[in-house]
Design a protein around this ligand. Structure first.
Ligand code: BJW
Ligand code: ZN
Length: 244
């Protein structure tokens, strides 16, 4: 089907939907200048996830891991939400039953105004104590290495879900609820290879939701979804808000 008719169909489905759920990934922030993970210039082309994004890596060399996060904090601090982030915040205002699940840790959805939101892989602007577990906001750029907890003195870590770590049970509950009763699931800018988010489209399909994907390229999820729109998120997502 041509893009025009696909776009029209998706707009009709959204207009008729009572409940809309959205899953986003690094592709939506790529249009703001935040690097993706698996693209040609993706982070995992230059860095090994095993050295930087696992609890074992942090135990082995917390300084190296914090240096990497400081570099990313410096980069993300200069970035702004783009038209796709803003369009999703507007969709939330228009649809009373809306939930946004993002794998991104950059905080740009919140900066754009989204509030009905699960940041399922955490947030780069939060730190967590490895001793007492307290989570705090921290926007220092750079953060002083090695940071320690003001309450108990233990080492602080990024409040981010690394490989091999479980997502928060509250976030999983919120996502499960949003997936199981949505009429439309939009999957935007994710390669769809990292679980559990990679399984979200199947959950929504099983309950009969209409599932649409917006991505520059086909993904492993493309065969499963009802409709794919190929292009930049910042160009396509705002079109969903235009009148039918
Ligand atoms: C555009 C665009 C534009 C570009 N417009 N589009 C079941 C089976 C197999 C393995 C597992 C499984 N369950 C769990 C696992 C293990 C693991 C996993 O999934 N591994 C796979 C890689 C195989 N999962 C976990 O460990 C998770 N924990 C968990 O499940 O706990 C229970 C458990 C543990 C162990 C075993 C079993 C159960 C935790 C996952 C945490 C992921 N963390 C990261 C890094 C955080 C570090 C940080 O950010 O600081 O999160 S990995 C990285 O990938 C990051 C992302 O959030 C995540 C997803 O990436 P995303 O967003 O999809 O980005 P890309 O780069 O991959 O794709 C970008 C897409 O955008 C592309 O498609 C482009 O085409 C597109 N694009 N520009 C539109 N302008
Ligand atoms: Zn502490």
């Amino acid at each position: 089907m041509a893009r025009g008719s696909n776009l029209g169909l998706l707009k009709e489905k959204l207009a008729a939907a009572e409940a809309i759920t959205v899953l986003t990934g690094a592709g939506i922030s790529a249009d703001s200048g935040v690097p993706t993970f698996r693209g040609a210039d993706g982070l995992w082309k230059n860095f090994r996830a095993e050295d930087l994004a696992t609890p074992e890596a942090f135990e082995r060399d917390p300084r190296l891991v914090w240096e990497w996060y400081n570099w990313r904090r410096e980069l993300i601090a200069t970035k702004q939400p783009n038209d796709a982030h803003k369009a999703l915040a507007e969709l939330e205002r228009r649809c009373p039953d809306f939930w946004l699940m993002t794998q991104n840790v950059d905080g740009l959805h919140r900066d754009a105004g989204s509030r009905k939101l699960s940041e399922i892989h955490g947030n780069i602007w939060k730190v967590r104590c490895t001793g007492c577990g307290v989570v705090e906001n921290n926007r220092d750029v750079p953060i002083a290495i090695l940071p320690s907890c003001s309450r108990c003195g233990s080492l602080l870590r990024p409040h981010i879900v690394w490989f091999g770590e479980s997502l928060s049970p509250d976030d999983l509950d919120d996502c499960s609820r949003a997936l199981k009763h949505c009429d439309v699931l939009l999957v935007i800018g994710t390669s769809g290879v990292v679980y559990p988010a990679a399984g979200f489209a199947s959950v929504a399909k099983e309950v009969g939701a209409f599932v649409a994907e917006i991505n520059l390229d086909p993904t492993p999820q493309s065969a499963l979804v009802d409709l794919s729109l190929h292009g930049r998120a910042k160009d396509l997502v705002p079109l969903l808000l235009e009148p039918l």
